[in-house]
Write a protein that binds this ligand. Sequence first.
Ligand code: SF4
Length: 271
Amino acid sequence: MRAVNSPNTPPVSSLANPIAELQKQVSASRLNLFHQCRLKFMFRYVLRLEKPPTPALHVGKTVHAVLQAWNLKRWRKQPFDNERLKELFNDHWLALQEGHDIDWEGVENLEKDKAWKLLEIYWLETPIKANEMPEAVEVLVEAEIRGQPKLVGILDLVRSGGRIVDFKTCAQTPNPETAAYQHELQLTCYALLYRHATGHQESGLEIHHLVKLKAPKVIITTLPPITEAQVSRLKKAIDSYVQGLDKLDFVPSTGLHCSYCEFFNECRNWH
Ligand code: SF4
């Protein structure tokens, strides 16, 4: 962990290298965070302050890892059953905690049971059949876009026929319309990456939300292919990202998202 005594913006010289690196390559998560709150972006990607994962983040990572294994097994035509998936889940639950001190507040087992139940409900309700062959699983894709940083990303799953799927865990039932809007930048990145990698337009996009309620549920949002207008908005968002980094523009954007920001204390001391 890199120790930082003062969370104020450091001198330009000390930021030169990280900034240059960040301008060479951009991903959906960097772009989203930059446009959500530039100060949080600076803490995470420029100063690289490390924080222990929150319980919610750990649950999301474990669920994601097990879904990845499930997709890979279908892709490789390997057998899997509930017992094997449960073993994988237990292994990931432990492995992803190694080296981290997660503050469970005494409810780790409860959270673990809820996370497994969430996966069981997903496999009951998913539109993906056990014998459906994926087109791609967790594939790293890069796209060179003229005049812009290299775009990189990992596609969780591409279903047969070119349907891009993104898995998300959340604590509240999402509204399909606002969910599509909230994740537009990310989905547009994925669609562009898919087009560059295959030379084809995606047939559609799906967000699979696994909702961590007392009675967990699954919400599938299906979307048509990305439009030219959405591609144009993405490119403008990337231009704004590059220009903001040029100017070291790291002003905070306060809002509801501050309630779960891991850099809340650093932010309070920033001026
Ligand atoms: S607390 Fe809010 S304003 Fe401050 S860095 Fe975090 S998200 Fe940004």
